[in-house]
Design a protein around this ligand. Structure first.
Ligand code: NAD
Length: 396
């Protein structure tokens, strides 16, 4: 495994120079761009950096497009086969921003070559597939993280800190929705990989639901049982050639969740919620207080404290989470100079680099492959419940 190399790096850091970590990126579209942007910002914003990412190589199937991406983002080398990129000794961290069907094989190969891994969510298409990935990273001892980046929104981390400190007391409810609209009829969305079970594993569930299932586990704890319904509203769509192709994933799902600690909740996601662009919202109700969050206002957290005096002003308080003492804020701007969605990637990657060079654990504040596997078990259980029409126990 590559960890031995990082001993030198950690010493170099102690001596004043930040170590470099060579990054090999798979995919150059949406997530390729978001991750590359984070690698570039990180050294001067998370200052002084724990490590400096070096954009060693990018892999894609189309040479011309991959070359253009390398030039745009600043990767030194181009590979048209991720297998070749993984053999590159300069690549120490493999970043998988490919579609869900391109997660398992490259990540397992990377682990076997001793590369640390950052993989996009959902970790895999099924729990069985995720288990093979968890197995590989466990055996080889590389560091592993899943890009459940909403854990790295300052307001979400503040919510976790308040819950962890017992400020909400016993948790009664968790309810979360993740709503988008971009496959509704008026968008004319063709049959893309996200609508194909073989490539995506599931639909709104794995794409959006996996994020709020992760937040349910991050904020409340392990679920013990789910009960769900799914629906596919548009059953076939034209592919690139115009031929009609079956949509075999869920367009929407709703699920109840019973947690091990006695809390109950619900999670719901759809890409058919008109007017909702990226509405990722949750609420936690506890014995001593409640918390509300909505990604569309991601620098804010609503908090209610039970029995707060004076009675006349009791109610939800809106906190502008942008003070230097809030999570990660000292790295950014003066209070109130708000940050955006892309900053979550900077925070998570910085956490992973710190774990790599300073031999720290990735979990519990960042999702690792254990979290990715457990998330996949819950997604499978939701699909099973919807199919069988009964409650399903969560068994890891
Ligand atoms: N964390 C988040 O907020 C977030 C947001 C969007 C997507 N995602 C996840 O990121 C992953 C990628 O999604 P995206 O939106 O970037 O998709 P995308 O379709 O925009 O990009 C996929 C990229 O992978 C490349 N690719 C496809 N198959 C490949 C293969 N076999 N070998 C090499 N490259 C291949 C494509 O050329 C493209 O560059 C998915 O797992 C998705 O669920 C996460």
């Amino acid at each position: 495994m590559a960890e031995t190399g990082f001993t030198t790096m950690a010493s170099a850091q102690a001596g004043g120079a930040a170590p470099t970590i060579g990054v090999g990126m798979l995919g150059y579209a949406f997530m390729g761009k978001a991750h590359s942007n984070a690698y570039k910002k990180l050294p001067y914003m998370m200052y002084p950096p724990v490590a400096v990412p070096k954009l060693v190589a990018i892999a894609g199937r189309n040479e011309q497009a991959t070359r253009a991406a390398a030039q745009r983002f600043g990767y030194a080398k181009v590979y048209t086969d991720w297998r070749e990129m993984l053999k590159d000794d300069e690549v120490q961290l493999f970043d998988n921003g490919g579609p869900n069907n391109a997660h398992a094989e490259p990540c397992i190969a990377a682990a076997n070559l001793g590369k640390h891994i950052l993989c996009e969510k959902p970790l895999a298409r099924t729990a069985a597939e995720a288990a093979t990935m968890l197995d590989a990273v466990t055996k080889t001892g590389v560091k592993h993280a899943v890009m459940f980046n909403y854990r790295f929104v300052p307001a979400v981390r503040l919510a976790r800190d308040l819950i962890e400190q017992g400020k909400l007391g016993q948790i009664y409810h968790f309810r979360a929705v993740y709503l988008q609209e971009w496959i509704m009829p008026h968008y004319g969305t063709p049959h893309i990989w996200r609508l194909d079970k073989q490539q995506a594993g599931s639909g709104a569930l794995g794409d959006l639901g996996s994020h709020i299932i992760d937040l349910a586990r991050f904020l409340v704890g392990e679920p013990r049982r789910v009960s769900a319904a799914t629906q596919t509203f548009i059953k076939e769509r034209p592919d690139d050639s115009g031929a009609m192709k079956k949509v075999d994933v869920d367009d929407a799902f709703v699920s109840t969740v019973e947690f091990e600690n006695g809390a109950i909740g619900s999670v719901e996601a759809t890409r058919f919620a008109g007017g909702h662009k990226n509405y990722n919202s949750f609420e936690v109700n506890g014995e001593k207080g409640s918390i509300r969050f909505n990604l569309e206002r991601m620098n804010e957290l609503d908090v209610f404290w039970v029995g707060e005096e004076p009675k006349e002003t009791q109610g939800f308080h809106n906190i502008n989470v942008s003070e230097s003492y809030h999570p990660w804020w000292s790295n950014w701007w003066p209070q109130g100079h708000i940050i955006g969605w892309e900053h979550t990637f900077v925070h998570e990657i910085n956490h992973l680099l710190d774990a790599i060079v300073n031999h720290k654990p990735v979990a519990p504040y960042c999702a690792d492959f254990t979290d990715g596997y457990r998330n996949a078990v819950i997604c499978d259980a939701i699909l099973q419940s919807a199919e069988d029409g009964r409650r399903v126990d969560i068994q890891y």
